[in-house]
Design a protein around this ligand. Structure first.
Ligand SMILES: Nc1ncnc2c1ncn2[C@@H]1O[C@H](COP(=O)(O)OP(=O)(O)O)[C@@H](O)[C@H]1O
Ligand SMILES: [Mg+2]
Length: 383
């Protein structure tokens, strides 16, 4: 038996200890969910966004199986579900002890990385958070080795990653550059110096972080316009050809642009993400702008929708809040008029509608139910 093989077996059996009995160790491993099963759960929380859900689910399934998987970059306008997807994954993992015992998750704002990189060693802040989480999960009696081993195989969500662009306009953004460097140090690095926390006796040791999975997300505001300009009037002028559309007997020329189709790595470089940083991501997934139908579903189904809150509030007065399907659609349609807010516009629109009744439910709702139809919605939105 060659040395390499021996090492492989040793590594496998150490994994078996950490993960409980495995087939190899003669026991039965609890079956891990398939990507399909994970996607089904996440799809209840995140409406639409199939590409992002599928990519995330496959990565997570691999992670839970202890298989290596590539890092993911999610790009999507504000309010399209990026943070919701990350939270969905956190909740999913926390909901089942079998899954929770195989994953330590942290979610942080990219901005924090820049601030912390200015103070400490790059990347250390992320590791410290992972260590904290992993110790919370394992208990204060767990050994340093156990805590560290779990932490360095964690899942790291970096939200608002577009905020760490290396320049804003023509000016360099030093905090952003530092933060990207900090992340770079962490992604796929086998020897990161880490200061051990006091409870672990202090001192510095090197840590292998190549088992971490990074999922970064950002709105990249302005990217859509920049790419559109590149293929219409900019460097690649003429690349996007107008197509002839026949509609109602009328013939016209139309530019059909989709970011998905035209986005290139160079667009992200120009946006201010360094080539080294980008090259760490195997998958770049785009979240779509939400359709009226999807907004309707979010409004009705989302646990943090303004509708649910309001229903609860009226219930405290013993009154039921009911919206007709047409009323819901009117609210969703109004929300699409503020595309920059995505699904967040639903809340804003609904506040404008419902405020007058919420002010004094005992007076404003004489019966047992407040029933809103399009008429009330239109009236509320135009006054
Ligand atoms: N695809 C979606 N599915 C379900 N809810 C969504 C979706 N997109 C946005 N929302 C809702 O809109 C709000 C903002 O969504 P969030 O995920 O924070 O957006 P962002 O993409 O800016 O991170 C949340 O209240 C969330 O419930
Ligand atoms: Mg967000």
């Amino acid at each position: 038996m060659r040395g390499e093989e021996v090492r492989d077996i040793v590594e496998d059996s150490s994994r078996a200890d950490l993960f409980g009995p495995t087939q190899a160790a003669g026991g039965r491993m609890p079956r891990m969910p398939t990507p399909f099963e994970i996607a089904e759960v996440l799809g209840k929380r995140v409406i639409g966004q199939r590409d992002a859900i599928e990519e995330m689910s496959v990565a997570l399934a691999k992670k839970l199986e202890g298989v290596r998987t590539g890092h993911i970059l999610m790009i999507g306008s504000s309010g399209t579900g990026k943070t919701t997807l990350m939270r969905g994954v956190e909740e999913y993992l926390a909901s089942d002890p079998k899954l929770a015992s195989r994953s330590t998750v942290v979610r942080l704002h990219a901005n924090v990385l820049g601030e912390e990189a200015e103070r400490g060693r790059p990347g250390e802040a992320v590791l410290h958070r992972l260590l904290e989480r992993s110790r919370e999960q394992l208990g204060a009696d767990a050994s340093w080795d156990a805590v560290l081993d779990r932490a360095r195989r964690g899942l790291v969500f970096v939200d608002e990653v577009d905020k760490i662009r290396s320049r804003v306009g023509d000016r360099p953004n030093v905090a952003g550059i530092r933060a990207q460097e900090a992340l770079l140090t962490l992604i796929e690095n086998e020897a990161i110096p880490l200061r051990r926390p006091d409870w672990a006796g202090g001192g510095v040791q090197t840590v292998d972080s190549s088992g971490l999975l990074f999922v970064c997300a950002g709105a990249f505001e302005g990217l859509y316009d920049a790419v559109f300009d590149r293929v219409t009037v900019g460097r690649d002028k003429g690349a996007l050809q107008a197509v002839t559309v026949v509609e109602g007997g009328q013939v016209r020329e139309e530019l059909q642009f989709s970011l998905q189709e035209w986005l290139r790595n160079e667009d992200l470089f120009e946006y201010g993400m360094s080539p080294q940083f980008l090259s760490r991501f195997d998958a770049v997934v785009l979240l779509e702008d939400l359709t009226v139908e999807e907004l309707v579903r979010i409004f009705l189904e989302s646990p943090d929708s303004g509708l649910q809150q309001s229903k609860e509030y009226f219930a405290t007065y013993g009154k039921e809040l009911v919206l007709s399907p047409a009323a819901v659609r009117a609210i969703a349609t109004e929300a699409t008029r503020q595309p920059r807010l995505g699904a967040r516009a639903l809340k804003e629109v609904f506040r404008r509608v419902i405020r007058r009744w919420e002010l004094d439910p005992a007076q404003s709702v004489p019966g047992a139910a407040l029933v809103l139809d399009t008429e009330q919605i239109e009236q509320a939105l135009t006054h």
